[in-house]
Design a protein. Structure first.
Length: 184
């Protein structure tokens, strides 16, 4: 199988990145992680880039930085960009350069609860279910075409912390399944 080159954008811990790297080492998985991009020089996920010798870049808030990152993607023949807990909003220009080639994982069943503070809003509204969605990125926040989602029941004693743990567990499987779906 010829694998597609992927980049993963992160802002923090990188648990989804770790899962994607692990799965990419399986010969049947359709992508190989060729580049990691972060907007946070202190992101804990950078340790995975170092551990697995994957090049990484730090995305600064400037047009020059964006052009440099675009060039690095073209140089590495990146077929798909995975936003895995990346908290920066990408510019219209960046999205246009990778139309239908950027996927994001979001901690809700979209279209409900777009944006930040998802768990807080879910609990405040006494929802019975929540989950995670992988979708294509477009110019509107968390509004791209759905790839896959998975929901779970909210227990009466769930908190932001417990919902975060449950969602992460789902995300680590869902993101990889979504990439398999994209390339099959």
């Amino acid at each position: 199988m010829v694998k597609k080159n992927a980049s993963v954008f992160i802002s923090g811990e990188g648990s989804n990145l770790r899962s994607l790297i692990k799965n990419s080492r399986d010969y049947t998985f359709p992508v190989k992680i060729k580049l990691i991009v972060t907007d946070n020089k202190n992101a804990k996920g950078i340790k995975y880039a170092k551990k697995y010798s994957i090049p990484y870049l730090i995305f600064k808030d400037s047009l020059i930085s964006e052009k440099m990152i675009l060039n690095e993607h073209f140089k590495r023949n990146i077929s798909i960009i995975c936003l895995a807990g990346f908290m920066k909003i990408l510019s219209r220009n960046f999205i246009a350069n990778f139309k239908k080639k950027i996927v994001n994982i979001h901690p809700s069943i979209l279209p409900k609860y777009k944006g930040l503070n998802t768990y807080k809003r879910v609990l405040k509204n006494k929802e019975k279910f929540t989950g995670s969605t992988v979708h294509y990125v477009n110019e509107k926040l968390d509004s791209g075409k759905l790839i896959l989602n998975k929901k779970f029941f909210i227990e009466p004693d769930d908190s932001i912390e417990t919902l975060t743990k449950k969602t992460k567990k789902i995300e680590h499987i869902l993101f990889s399944k979504s990439l398999i779906k994209v390339f099959n």
